[in-house]
Ligand binder design. Structure first.
Ligand code: UTP
Length: 296
């Protein structure tokens, strides 16, 4: 099968981030740092590894720190150069984006993830595109989107990242109704956004990585309000199910829900422990802390 390459990614970052108030009153959630890198950097690095060349950010009021983050910082660079801090200079250069590679567009009101993606419709044309939600951070040997791009080269259609969750957690996710289970890839025969307790069609949940056909944009044109009165991306993808064009991909890796406080803290610990420069000191601290909690 000849499948078009996925070269464009949409990063919907226009949400209010209310679960992190008051911090998100002035700091975009996507700029919050795991160890020393903002969430958005993890998503950008993952997209680059998957071969993405065009980056579309769907932003909103109060997100200017995000735009500044990707600007070059000539003063900082020359200071680091003068003081011989080549390692930091390299780190800094890793955040630079090519001129013209990033487009920022505005979502004027937070009407839902589907609406945020739809805001990018004029930039997508007739090409497949990826969607990455930066608050889902995935630690994996091979970055998650790269795994999906490789699988998508075989299937075409639409692909969503999927993972098994505990049955009592399904009501927090989009959930797949599995048609055919081929192991790592499942053919999807239905999708439900945040099913009510006890009604989920499976415990295979969608998480924030997607490869979508331009047809999904056309479906979003209908502006159908779904769960919570929001325009749901899940519903626009589910419209493609009848044509046998939707696949779930069980990725290899550990996903952290950095949109929630508990998930963010877990990710901070995991990424801190995975860093050779921090591991010994940090794990000794955690060890002592756990011991003192036990005796308290
Ligand atoms: P969330 O459901 O996490 O919402 O959005 P949120 O507003 O970011 O955070 P809370 O729930 O208030 O704490 C999932 C992703 O979809 C984007 C968000 O920016 C996030 O990346 N989103 C959501 C939009 O871009 N626009 C929307 O209207 C809704």
């Amino acid at each position: 099968m000849r499948v078009k390459k996925v070269l464009t990614a949409i990063f919907p970052v226009a949400g209010l981030g209310t679960r992190f108030l008051p911090a998100t009153k002035s700091i975009p959630k996507e700029i919050m740092t795991l160890v020393d890198r903002p969430l958005i950097q993890y998503a950008i690095d993952e997209a680059r590894a998957a071969g993405i060349k065009e980056f579309i950010f769907v932003t909103s009021r109060g997100k200017s720190a995000l735009e500044d983050y990707f600007d070059s910082a000539p003063e900082l660079e020359s200071t680091l150069k003068k003081s011989g801090k080549e390692d930091l200079l390299e780190v800094l250069k890793g955040t630079n984006m090519d001129s013209g590679a990033i487009v920022y567009i505005r979502q004027n009101r937070p009407l839902g993830l589907g609406h945020a993606v739809w805001c990018a419709r004029r930039l997508i044309g007739d090409e497949p595109f990826a969607v990455l939600l930066p608050d889902d951070v995935i630690a994996a040997e091979k970055p998650c989107l790269q795994q999906m791009v490789e699988a998508y080269a075989e299937t075409g259609g639409n692909m969503v990242a999927a993972m098994e969750v505990a049955p009592e957690r399904t009501s927090s996710y989009g959930v797949l109704n599995i048609g055919e289970d081929m192991g790592q890839i499942v053919k999807v025969k239905g999708m439900v956004e945040k099913p009510k307790a006890g009604t989920a069609p499976s415990n295979l949940a969608v998480i924030g990585r997607y490869i979508l056909s331009p047809k999904v944009m056309t479906n979003l044109n209908r502006m159908k309000q779904g769960t919570g009165g929001e325009i749901q991306l899940t519903d626009a993808i589910a419209d493609e199910v009848a044509d046998g064009n939707v696949f779930g991909y069980r990725f290899c890796g550990q996903r952290y829900d950095c949109g929630s406080k508990a998930g963010f803290l877990q990710a901070t610990v995991a990424f801190g422990l995975s860093r050779p420069d921090l591991r010994d000191e940090f794990s000794a601290y955690l060890h002592d802390m756990a011991a003192s909690q036990k005796t308290a």
